[in-house]
Design a protein around this ligand. Sequence first.
Ligand code: DC
Length: 236
Amino acid sequence: MPNRTLVIAIDGPAASGKSTTARLVAERLGYTYIDTGAMYRAVTLAVLRNGIDPADDSAVSALARNLQISFLRDPDSGALHTLLNGEDVWQQIRTPEVTRNVSLVSSYAGVRTPVVELQQRMGEQGGVVMDGRDIGTMVFPNADLKIFMVANLDARAARRHVELQHQGAEIELDNLATELAERDRQDSTRHHSPLRKADDAIEIDTSGLTIQQQVERVLELVKERSGEEEPVSLPG
Ligand code: DC
């Protein structure tokens, strides 16, 4: 495996398989997995808890500037939990209410600027797999490997459905597909750092792939990239 620590960016629309793949790839490489969507979700949770209107750009941005977002590794599972002002909000950031409002909250420059700075600090030493919407385009435009993960809407809705069922939530498949499509529309049409494939990103369509296949495909690309960096040994 690689002999230097890379920055690996995985972007793509909601439920395309980014976070599961990113987490498992990081595990296999001994890297840190950074879920950047969780940061925008934590800001959204704070907005809702403070009774701020998510449509009020200046109030949301003022709040975002004063929030402390950090991560803590769960010693049992190894998963990174998101902390909001020191409180573990791992579960609270996954509620339907946060999901419904996160695209709007994350569309403001006043929210993105401090969050992107934090992501850049977290990744500056390398050895990270970061998933999100703008990692390869804005956060790490010089990332060593950029993946753009896509999957058709039916496959994504079906996956999210299974995920939610495991969490005990019953949401109609059709409603999930509509919600995902709406979030994609908002994330890719916003003014600041919209979701888009970086010119040098490699697209992986996960519609017909198993998680294992997705992980192996990314690991192959990591291997190729690390190989490119190896010094050429000269004869004699
Ligand atoms: O990955 P996720 O579904 O948890 O992300 C939640 C939202 O956060 C997503 O709809 C858009 C926003 N987001 C973003 O704007 N930029 C990122 N790098 C990651 C997420």
